[in-house]
Design a protein around this ligand. Sequence first.
Ligand code: NSS
Length: 429
Amino acid sequence: MVAIKDALSKDHVGKKVQVKGWIYRTRSSGGIVFAVLRDSTGIIQVTVKKGNVPDAEFENATKSGIESSVIIEGEVAEDKRAPGGFEIRASKFQLVGIAEAFPITEYQSTELLLDLRHLWIRSREQTAVAKVKAALVRGGREWFHDNGYVEVNPPIVTGVCPEDSTTLFQMKYFDRIAYLSQSAQFYLESLIFSLEKVYAITPSFRAEKSRTPRHLAEFWHMEMEAAWLDNDENMKVQEGLVSAMVQNVVAECSEELRLLKRDPASLKKMEPPFDRMKYDEAMEYLQKKGHDVSWGSDLGAVEERTLTVDRDTPVFIVNYPKELKPFYMKENPEDKRTYKNSDLLAPEGFGEIIGGSERETDNNLIIERLREKGESLDNYQWYLDLRKYGSVPHSGFGLGIERIVTWVCKLEHIRDAIPYPRTVARVYP
Ligand code: NSS
């Protein structure tokens, strides 16, 4: 058996191959069936001629519709008209699983494609996105490994709320209430006292009620935390990691990028250092561009778009006002109204892919901010303990994997960066 990608080559011309796959397109004229076969690696045209295969097999070839699974044997031949320039001339057509009339045809509504997600994920675009995503994550894992980080497994069921409490998913946990994790951050912080440099890849959950093209209720989060690291060094880690992830896609996914109409040359530029822009400068820039914002305004999708649309590499926005960010960030001694933090925005209008900061080490400040937030300190005693036994300066960040996929694949909507998007309106299929 050969992979379709490998069958599409001069080396195989004149040789007999066996391929296994699913019918992607098919038409017949007279005594010949032209079927395009798809496997996980690509598509190839198969011609089945009456007389070249047993009659019963030819009969099967004429009735096998889109998505029927088949095993084909035949000789590879060059044919300029065929997709990829080669075809297989079948000597055997084995029907394995006949498909009923496939419910997805060429032009379908977004809603129908979401209802039929379990079938739509077979599409070539979805397949390409899945491969790019895997290459991004692999590139990230390798970068972490090469730089001395240890992968760890924080819990998903938790009692803490690192981010916005209005987006917590609550669950019944035996006889008490627990939450689905919004971020592994606090647990990663606890692990730096032994491992120093850690990262985790986990699902994170946010009950985001607004429907936006960049929010999921369940997303994959790549987070890291390191001891002895300040916010500037934290940004260096981010730019090193992001460029390694993107370069791995360029190296491994040229076919997929072509299919997604993403020019690999535009991704090759993602090399450190990335620009840094203070929150204050971002405000000035936005005002010049006609946005109605002032110091203290949050940056939403619209503002981030203006900040990045004319850029071709990512940019850090640094030192946000405290009221815009969570309680755990380190106060900026140079401007106490702000934190030592950064968001990394992807270029070309895509916006935030990472949120990171140096962490507050002063328990009094943390307690004060938790109280302001209305949090019960009971759930945070363990977190406060971390500052009592050998506290160290430390920093970390969280990267939204579907966000980086959306940007790298140039997707219009984040739902296409994950096989089964979970949004306010959908848990099926
Ligand atoms: O809320 S974040 O900005 N930051 C944190 O959760 C920190 N506690 C992470 C850390 O320092 N360990 O989220 C981090 C990233 C953000 O930049 C997005 O890329 C992504 O997580 N994110 C999301 N992606 C998809 N959907 C939703 N709803 C979402 N929320 C955050």
